[in-house]
Write a protein that binds this ligand. Structure first.
Ligand SMILES: C[S@@+](CC[C@H](N)C(=O)[O-])C[C@H]1O[C@@H](n2cnc3c(N)ncnc32)[C@H](O)[C@@H]1O
Length: 217
């Protein structure tokens, strides 16, 4: 097992994080034991962050003691791996579907560093009494106004030196226009506020997305 980023390991082409809650899995992922420690396989086909790492994301910015704001937490698949990495930090998971947040609560019950929040990422004031300044803002919400939602949250919560991780889904913006044109337009908007440090599509793991590593200007 080789550590390729803080808290992220690779073995035989597969990604792993060290399980914060040994004996418990979150989405049916496989586990392996090495030197008495349990690692959970991180499936890139189930996680855009996992896919970005497989496609060469040069850094995640996430460290052992990081505070992470995760927008679009869903049932907690990727959140669980972020929680394995930021094991002494905190992951604020924002999810606006009541039904989905129930799964997130169940999946993160034993993960003491995960704080599931039922809230709309378009309205950061709904959770500003819980979330404080963070090192990383991650977003995967698949909405037409993805870039605007991201900037609003970064303005309010991201530290000056903070890192943004953003997955943009072109089809959520328009299914009739070419994806390339949509990504270019979104990038022009982002460039006013962020430096784009790296970007990549997520194929073959996920179609129709561009993933960005951003630094606040
Ligand atoms: C593509 S899924 C995220 C998957 C997740 N990132 C993972 O890898 O496990 C998008 C999620 O964002 C949520 N979402 C969409 N718009 C939202 C908003 N405005 N506020 C909060 N959550 C939102 C959806 O309910 C959905 O669960």
């Amino acid at each position: 097992m080789k550590e390729i980023h803080p808290g992220i390991h690779e073995h035989s082409g597969k990604l792993y994080t060290k399980n914060l809650v040994p004996g418990e899995t979150v989405y049916g992922e496989k586990t392996v034991d090495e030197k008495g420690e349990e690692f959970r396989e991180w499936e890139p086909g189930r996680s855009k962050l996992g896919a970005a790492i497989k496609n060469g994301l040069p850094e995640t910015g996430i460290k052992k003691d990081s505070k992470v704001l995760y927008l679009g937490a869903a049932s907690g698949t990727t959140v669980s791996h972020v929680s394995d990495i930021a094991r002494k930090g905190v992951v604020f998971g924002i999810e606006y579907s009541k039904k989905v947040v129930r799964d997130l609560l169940r999946n993160s019950k034993k993960r003491e560093n995960v704080c599931p929040i039922l809230g709309d990422a378009r309205k950061p004031s709904e959770y500003s009494n819980i979330v404080d300044k963070v090192d990383i803002v991650f977003q995967d919400v698949a909405q037409p106004d993805q870039a605007k939602i991201f900037r609003k949250n970064c303005d309010k919560f991201l530290k000056d030196s903070g890192i943004g991780l953003l997955a943009i889904k072109s089809q959520s913006i328009s299914s009739s226009r070419p994806a390339k044109e949509i990504f270019r337009e979104q990038e022009e908007k982002m460039k006013k506020f962020f430096e784009i440090k790296w970007k990549s599509g997520l194929e073959p793991h996920e179609e129709g997305h561009m993933f960005y590593l951003l630094e606040k200007k």
